[in-house]
Design a protein around this ligand. Sequence first.
Ligand code: S3P
Length: 182
Amino acid sequence: MPEKTQPRAVFLLGFMGAGKTSVGQALARRLGWRFVDLDQRIEAREGRTIAEIFAGSGETAFRGIETAVLRDLLVELDRGSPMVVALGGGAPAREENVALLASCGVPQVFLDAPFEVVHERCREAAAARPLFREVGRARLLYESRRRHYLKAQFRVDTTSRSVEQTAAWIARALALESTEGG
Ligand code: S3P
């Protein structure tokens, strides 16, 4: 019987405040995988925070950088150890990124939560998120993004689960096993 191959990576999608980073870290810990945060890669590459990139260069420039960083990341998929990747909230809404993500066949998981919940979670860190500064606009963005997130193969409701429970749900749903130990 052919051996069942498990994916080399998992992409976490969802709106700002969905919990992509915290769930991603928990999932990576559970699996003994690497955790990669696309936003952190962007900041490291630019030597600027996301807020500084938006303020200094604008959103269009930010999106270009985001796609370039995603492209570089995908090259790493076939090399190195498996990874859990937290994508920025806007990444799955750009056609070019959708094609890139589809081309590598990595499973995508949508971390879902109602707007009120993500708003509450983002309240303190709103300054770091230029697109969450104005609630009315953030809500419209949330609504327009949903159809993109819903294209993911998996959707998990993060409202009724803790970070650890969400990570456990993903590991089970995708039949992921730890690469650590025997
Ligand atoms: C954005 C989400 C942010 C960051 C940037 C733009 C968006 O990432 O990439 O502020 O367009 O939704 P998080 O979803 O990790 O906060």
